[in-house]
Design a protein around this ligand. Structure first.
Ligand SMILES: [Zn+2]
Length: 255
C-alpha cells in the first residue's frame, strides 16, 4: 500500500473511532530541535545513558549528571512545539476521548495546548530530593536553566537535588503508568516517533492490539513494532500527520 492510501486509511480509522490513544516518542520532537536518543547522531551516541540517566551514575558523579541536565534544560527551553504537536493538540480538542501518552520530557505537548497528556518519564522541569527527605514533595517543578552551583541542593534538607525525570531502572510514575495501561483499551492506537525499544512503555502497543485496537505506527524507520501493527507508515511524523489531517479536515486545506 502506498503512503497516500495509508494516510487515507489512518484518517478513516480515526474518524470512526470513539476512543483514540496516541503514544509519542523522541521522533516527534526532533523537528523542534530536540535531539533523539538512539538514532545515529542521537544523544546516547555521545553520552553514556548509564552515567547520565541512572541512580548509579548520579551517585558516582552528581555534578556531571547535573551539567547534562542543565544543558538539556537550556536546549529545551529554546525549542518550540512543531506542526506535529499542533495537529495532535487540535485532535485532543476535537476528539473528546483522546489520550496522549508521551515518553518525552520536553513538555511540548502541553505547550501546544494538548489535552489529556500522560508523561510516562516525567518532565525535564521536575526535580526531587535525592534522599528523599520527609519534608519535600515526591517531585516538584523548578524551571531554572542555570544553577549557581552544581549539583544544586534540596532547599528542604540540604541534601543533593536530583533531576526528577524517570531514569533507567526506575519505576514509571504510578498514576501515569496505570492510566496508560487503561488507555490501551481503545479503538485506535497510534505510535509516533518512538523506537519501541524502551520497556515497559514499548509494550503498550502490543497490549492495545491484544485489546482489539487498530494499531498504527508512524516512523521513518523500521522498528520492532513494524511487523506487529495493523498499519505501518514509514514517514516523518509531521508529514504523516499533516496528510492525515488533510483527509480529516479537507476544508481547512482548501480555504
Ligand atoms: Zn531534601
Amino acid at each position: 500500500m502506498d503512503n497516500e492510501r495509508k494516510f487515507r486509511k489512518a484518517a478513516e480509522t480515526i474518524r470512526r473511532a470513539s476512543k483514540i490513544t496516541v503514544f509519542t516518542g523522541a521522533g516527534l520532537s526532533a523537528l523542534s530541535g530536540i535531539p533523539t536518543y538512539r538514532d545515529p547522531g542521537g544523544l546516547w551516541k555521545h553520552v553514556d545513558p548509564k552515567e547520565m540517566a541512572t541512580k548509579q551514575g548520579f551517585r558516582k558523579n552528581p555534578a556531571q549528571v547535573w551539567e547534562f541536565a542543565q544543558w538539556r534544560r537550556k536546549v529545551i527551553k529554546e525549542c518550540q512545539p512543531n506542526q506535529s504537536h499542533r495537529i495532535l493538540a487540535d485532535w485532543s480538542k476535537r476528539y473528546s476521548q483522546m489520550t496522549v501518552i508521551t515518553q518525552n520530557i520536553d513538555d511540548l505537548h502541553q505547550r501546544a495546548g494538548t489535552r489529556n497528556v500522560l508523561r510516562l518519564h516525567g518532565s525535564v522541569w521536575d526535580v526531587a530530593c535525592s534522599l528523599p527527605c520527609e519534608d519535600s514533595p515526591r517531585r516538584w517543578r523548578d524551571t531554572r536553566t542555570s544553577f549557581k552551583r552544581l549539583p544544586p541542593k534540596c532547599h528542604f534538607c540540604g541534601a543533593l537535588l536530583r533531576p526528577g525525570g524517570v531514569w533507567f531502572g526506575e519505576r514509571l510514575p504510578l498514576a501515569a503508568a496505570f492510566q496508560s495501561a487503561q488507555a490501551t483499551q481503545c479503538d485506535v492506537f497510534i505510535s509516533i516517533g518512538t523506537s519501541g525499544e524502551v520497556y515497559p512503555a514499548a509494550r503498550l502497543i502490543g497490549d492495545a492490539k491484544e485489546a482489539g485496537a487498530f494499531t498504527i505506527e508512524i516512523n521513518p524507520d523500521f522498528t520492532p513494532a513494524t511487523g506487529v501493527v495493523s498499519l505501518s507508515i514509514h514517514s516523518p511524523a509531521e508529514i504523516a500527520l499533516q496528510n492525515i489531517e488533510d483527509v480529516l479536515c479537507p476544508s481547512i486545506k482548501d480555504s
